[in-house]
Structure formats: C-alpha cells, structure tokens
Design a protein around this ligand. Sequence first.
Ligand SMILES: *Cc1c(COP(=O)(O)O)cnc(C)c1O
Length: 363
Amino acid sequence: MSDVKRVYNFNPGPGVLPLEVLQEAQAELLDFKGTGMSVMEISHRSKEFESVIQTAEADLRELLGIPSNYKVMFLQGGATLQFTMLPMNLRPAGASADYIVTGSWSKIALKEAKKLGAARAAATTEADGFNGFPASLDLDPKAAYLQFTSNETIHGVEYFSEPTPPAGVPLVCDMSSDFISHPIDVSKYALIYAGAQKNAGPSGTTVVIIRDDMLERVPENLPVMLDYKTLAASGSLHNTPPSFAIYMVGLVFKWAKKQGGLAAIEKINRTKADLVYQAIDESGGFYRGHAKPEARSLMNIPFRLPSEELEDTFAKEAKKADLIGLKGHRSVGGMRASIYNAMTVEGTQALVKFMKEFQKKNG
Ligand SMILES: *Cc1c(COP(=O)(O)O)cnc(C)c1O
C-alpha cells in the first residue's frame, strides 16, 4: 500500500472512508471468507451474506444502543427516497406532519412530504440564511410526526440535543450526515434514517431504524419496495439488497467499535472541529464561518473568504496541496470542510496549517 497515493479528502458525500476499511475490503475482494468469490458475487441468501448483514446490524445496535423494540433496515434509494417513504408509511390519511426546516435538506424533505398530503414547517430559519436554530417552534399537537435534520450538510448546522415534540407526537430524524458521529438516545426517536455515504460507508444503502409501533401505521397495499412493514419483516431481504454497500457499512461499524465507540469518536470529532473553528475565529475576519457558534456542526464546516476570487484561489491551491473537496455548495458559496469520522486529526491539522499559510500570503 505504501506506493499508493492517498489525499486528504474533505468531500461532503460520498465522503472519506477509513483506510483500514478500504484495505480490509481490498484484501477480501477476490476471495470472501474462503468462497473463492467476492462478496459482490455471492448469493444474498447464502450463509456468508447472512452473516454480513446480521453482523452489520448487531454492531450498529451495539454502537447506538438500539433498544430491542426497534427494527434496523438497509434500504436503497438514498435518504431522498425516505423523504417520500416516511410520509407514505407514517402519516395517516388526512393527517399532517411537522418539519423543522434548518437548511436545504429539511426544506427538500418538507417539499416532498407536501406532494403526497399535508405537511407544514413548524419553524424555518431560511430568512436568516439557515445559519442556526429556530428561536421557537410552532408545533402541531396532532401532527403525525415531527421531523428534524440533525445535521444540515450544506449549511453546517447541527443539533446536539433533540427538539422535544408535543406529547404523543413521534420524533423522526434525517441523520444522514452525522450518523454514528456521537452517541444518541435512540429511545427518543420513532424513526431515524441516514444515507450511508456521508459518514457510514459508500452510497447505495440507507439505514432506517424504526420503532415497532410505527409499523402498525403502515397502510395496506403500498408498493412493496416502499412498504416499511414488508421490508422490516424480511430483514431487508425482500429483494436483492445492495450487498456490497451493506458489507462496507458493516466494516465501518466494526471500525467504529474499534475506535472505542461513539463517545470516543465524538471526542476526536470535537478535537478536529475545534481546530478548524479556532482557525476561523482567530483569523481576524479573513475566514468567516456560516453557522452561529451554538449551532456549529462537527461534521461540515462552511466558511467564506473576503472575495470569491480568493475562494477560487483557495480551492485551487488546496487541491495542489492534496486537500480535496473543499469547495462549498453553490447555495452557500465559499468553502466547506467536511470532516467526517474517517477524517484524521492529522488531515485536519494539514487543513488548518494550509488555512494559516494562505491567510499569511493573501490576508
Ligand atoms: C446527502 C443528504 C441527503 C440526500 O441523500 P441521498 O442519499 O443522496 O438521497 C439527505 N439528507 C441529508 C442531511 C444529506 O446530507
């Protein structure tokens, strides 16, 4: 491996994966567990694959402390399909669902929910450019559920404690970009979904964690691939699952356990984020963070420079220094450093060193 060149990958998604995970996948690629085939070539009904999916689920249950009255599913269609499946399955006919809109992803989720029935914004911070938490929530006590997005990947706004829904209203979370980045209390949630490719693996599978009582809401006669009840009952094996993606998230879960679990991972994530935010705060206004301090994400850090010209130069020179994927989303502009679990402290230090040198040259 020593002759393989790896860069520091700050891509927002698909994002960086742990080197050990890639090496393990590489080592097993041609002969998976003595089958003489890759994991992509074996039957999803084989005992070898059964072990892959069951181990992935067991490791995730251990990492997150998922109670036994929850099902874990590995689905397809990305987090975006969950924008549709969630209201289809959990919003009874005639009922309305509440959404807290703190960035692009929750805004899209609400828009999709409105296509199939009633949904409303319990709050939106769009007028402030999605730079923090809403000052207050206008919650519907009869809502079918309350959905929020724990980490807005584009705007870099992250919740570290859950909003409290009215009594009896199930809490739902799009956790795509901070999934397994810190411990959570799963028992507060009725449903959690997360596209794997931000922090938990490659694209191709979406983890859905659903409390058993929610399955009773699923209407009859939904198209089978959109029906949580069927998919949960089959253990994500109603049809051919995205087997390679599930294998990869399984390796990432095992890696996360080896790091000491989510509390240990959060500590490292805080160290990394502190390094970058400190560089921003100590730049005397040369670098300007997008999110307000109390809402600052540990995963995605969007920031601006004094001019668009300097931002272009920053991206180009960073790339030359093997710091990849730092260009921000067009809706926020500027730069964005995505420092997911697999980004090392060393990589983050390299970014901060580059930021300081760039400021010295151009400030
Ligand atoms: C990327 C992202 C999505 C969309 O994910 P896909 O898997 O591409 O559909 C949804 N929500 C959040 C928070 C995201 O970061």
